[in-house]
Design a protein around this ligand. Structure first.
Ligand code: ADP
Ligand code: 5GP
Length: 191
């Protein structure tokens, strides 16, 4: 095994819990860490840029990429496909970068099987009421979609025992600090 390989960090958690916000802060504080930009067949939300938030691709292109082995993992929910492009992640890990994947619990399970050393972090809200508040605050989904995401949230959080750590995202700064500490400890263990 290449000892200079970076750490693969998986961040999961219910929609609206603050994953994107936390990851943006982590990237600023972790020199050399990169975010894997996923592909999705869902429509972009207002303000989302192709190639930054996601690669927004058609279902046809997504299915072709599956056939060609282009994804490390993928899953299908909210009637859309989401997947992690293989090439970028493998290349960056080999270069020694830490790679962050912001993916759902089903995808995380595939990653655990393929990369036993991956660090799996589940982010949870301080309460369900707060999760609802954040989803509404973000204002990117209508009430029907919010309801679907809340149903999915229960499933996501029921899988937290498969993760290395569960981090409650109450105070944002504290959450980021906690994750940085977890990473630091992991590095000490694997040195
Ligand atoms: P996700 O990527 O998990 O769907 P977002 O990062 O889009 O979630 O966050 C959803 C909303 O919650 C955003 O408006 C964000 O600013 C807010 N938020 C994130 N973390 C916190 C926190 N610790 N306290 C209060 N609001 C937060
Ligand atoms: P959203 O539509 O809110 O951006 O994302 C919905 C869900 O899809 C979130 O739980 C997010 O973590 C997950 N997701 C985003 N990208 C991927 C991916 O590449 N693979 C998998 N399995 N899930 C993803």
């Amino acid at each position: 095994m290449n000892n200079n390989k970076g750490t693969l960090i998986v961040i999961s958690g219910p929609s609206g819990v603050g994953k994107g916000t936390v990851v943006d802060m982590l990237l600023k504080r972790l020199p050399g860490a990169v975010l894997s930009v996923s592909c999705t067949t869902r429509a972009p939300r207002e303000g989302e840029k192709n190639g930054k938030s996601y690669f927004f691709i058609s279902k046809e292109t997504f299915l072709k990429m599956i056939d060609e082995g282009g994804f490390l993992e993928y899953s299908n929910h909210f009637e859309n496909y989401y997947g992690t492009p293989r090439f970028f992640v493998e290349q960056k890990l080999a270069e020694g970068c830490d790679v962050i994947l912001e993916i759902d619990v089903d995808g995380a399970k595939h990653i655990r099987d393929a990369f036993p050393d991956a660090l799996l972090l589940m982010i949870t809200p301080p309460s369900r009421e707060e999760l609802v508040r954040r989803l509404r605050l973000r204002g990117t989904e209508d009430e029907v979609l919010i309801e679907k995401r809340l149903q999915r949230a229960d499933y996501e959080m029921s899988r937290s025992q498969f993760y290395d750590y569960t981090v409650i995202n109450d105070d944002l700064e504290q959450t980021v600090e906690n994750i940085l500490k977890i990473l630091e400890n992991r590095r000490k263990q694997t040195k």
